[in-house]
Design a protein around this ligand. Structure first.
Ligand code: FAD
Length: 423
């Protein structure tokens, strides 16, 4: 708990009992709706995970609190609300692994730090491997991960089936028989709303202004070309520094400042089943078949598949993507055919050509972006920490240094196959 969160009401057993005795009349608002000022030191566009986390570490690590977070809808209503909450660090590249190791570690301590229960459940991820090329690729990942202290271990098919008893398909006669598994014990899941709300409550207590229903329509540049501020649905707001943290909408916003970025926006989808009794206690990832799932605390199977390969801003699920994912899942988990599916949805995410993020200052002085977050939920704490460092000091944090925008000019890509569903 940082000392300057003086306004923040403590959430604990004692306060719950006390408020219960007082008929719950003493809870204070988790965050304010302050008036919109016409100038801030920093504007962060987007109250998703990355925007809120950046504002949090700007305030906490650098004492910069004259910050506005501008959100066109409601905070935490974007992709942070639409993802399948897998947090892991089994990536491929030297540039990526230490960054994700740090992020996973930060997630594990965030409940205490934010005084908000993120329900972080470090429950292990198991890859079900069905082809030898995939096994070789994952073993190669293991060798690099070993260097950075991330966990990855091969297990036999028998051990895999013991750990995941619902895996009854993929036998020797199957088109793609299961040949073994990889175990990543650092992986976990947590509660996405709590991550958004925990960061939001903390930044509000440190004096950062969150403005919901405040869409940014245009980035404004000064005569010398540097950033001057933003045009919003509620008027002009000026700032010396502007951070674009709008996920799949990055290009639509940066184009208003004349910037073209090496990003595509694509649709990724998920769906959940009815709640059932505890059946699977790990995250199961099936990279050869193109789906993954975990069981939520309520008992629902939370299932994700491969992306729709066309570029789009859709937020629903295409029938063929849905059918492909279900077909693949039933081939390995035939008993799931009795599950009723309750909800399905999609989100639109931006992805760079090398499937790695971009966290950098742009060619427009004072304008920063955090983008290309294909699997960016797991990256929220480290993404916020490192981008805040760059915004506050003007120097890249060592953990984010490879994720520059200029790598595309110099063909210095971070080709990341650990972004599971990207192809
Ligand atoms: C189906 C699905 C499953 C996923 N599963 C995982 C997973 O298991 N693990 C993982 O690590 N990642 C996963 N992801 C990816 C992850 O959700 C995203 O990478 C991450 O949430 C993106 O960062 P964010 O939270 O800041 O984005 P968002 O929550 O989308 O935040 C951006 C915010 O900007 C706002 N905004 C947009 N335009 C404007 C504007 N003009 N003015 C003001 N505000 C604006 C939006 O309303 C939004 O609130 C998944 C994504 C999807 C869709």
């Amino acid at each position: 708990m940082v000392k300057y969160m003086h306004n923040m009401q403590r959430y604990n057993v004692a306060s719950l009992i006390w408020q219960g005795l007082n008929k719950h009349k003493g809870w204070t608002r988790a965050w304010r709706s302050p008036p919109l000022k016409d100038r801030y030191e920093v504007i962060v566009i987007g109250a998703g995970g990355h925007g809120l986390a950046t504002a949090y570490y700007l305030a906490k690590e650098h004492g910069i609190t004259n910050v506005a977070v501008l959100e066109r809808g409601w905070l935490g209503g974007g992709n942070i609300a639409r993802n399948t909450v897998t947090v892991r660090s089994n990536y491929m590249r030297d540039a990526s692994i230490p960054f994700y190791v740090k992020s996973v570690e930060m997630f594990e301590g965030l409940t205490d730090e934010l005084n908000f229960n993120l329900m972080h459940s470090k429950r292990t991820m198991i890859d079900v491997v069905q082809t030898y090329p995939k096994m070789r690729e994952l073993r190669r990942r293991q060798l690099t991960m070993d260097i950075y202290g991330s966990t990855y271990r091969q297990i036999s098919e028998a051990e895999l089936r013991r750990r995941v008893p619902a895996l009854t398909g993929g036998g020797p006669d199957a088109r793609l028989p299961v040949i073994g598994g990889m175990v990543h014990t650092d992986a976990g899941v947590n509660r996405h709303d709590a991550v958004a709300w925990g960061y939001a409550r903390a930044i509000d207590a440190m004096g950062v202004d969150i403005h919901q229903q405040t869409a940014v329509t245009q980035l404004i540049r000064a005569q010398d070309g540097s950033i001057e501020g933003v045009e919003t649905a509620r008027g002009t707001v000026r700032a010396d520094k502007v951070v674009v943290a709008v996920s799949g909408h990055t290009t639509t916003l940066t184009e208003t400042a004349g910037l073209k970025l090496p990003l595509r926006t694509m649709n990724l989808t998920a769906f959940v089943s009815e709640p059932v009794k505890p059946l699977v206690d790990v995250i199961v990832n099936c990279p050869d078949s193109g789906f993954y799932f975990s069981q939520s605390d309520k008992g629902e199977m939370v299932i994700g598949g491969a992306p729709d390969m066309g570029q789009s801003f859709r937020r629903d699920i295409k029938q063929h993507v849905f059918e492909d994912t279900v077909t693949a899942m039933l081939s390995l988990f035939p008993s799931f055919k009795r599950l009723k599916l309750m909800r399905q949805w999609g989100g639109h995410l931006d992805i760079a050509h090398d499937a790695s993020p971009i966290m950098d200052q742009t060619d427009v002085p004072g304008l920063f972006i955090t983008a290309g977050w294909w699997g960016g939920y797991k990256a929220i704490p480290a993404g916020g920490l490192t981008l805040a460092h760059l915004v506050a000091t003007g120097r890249p944090h060592p953990l984010m240094a490879p994720f520059t925008l200029s790598r595309f000019r110099h063909l210095d890509y971070v080709m990341e196959t650990g972004t599971t569903t990207a192809r």
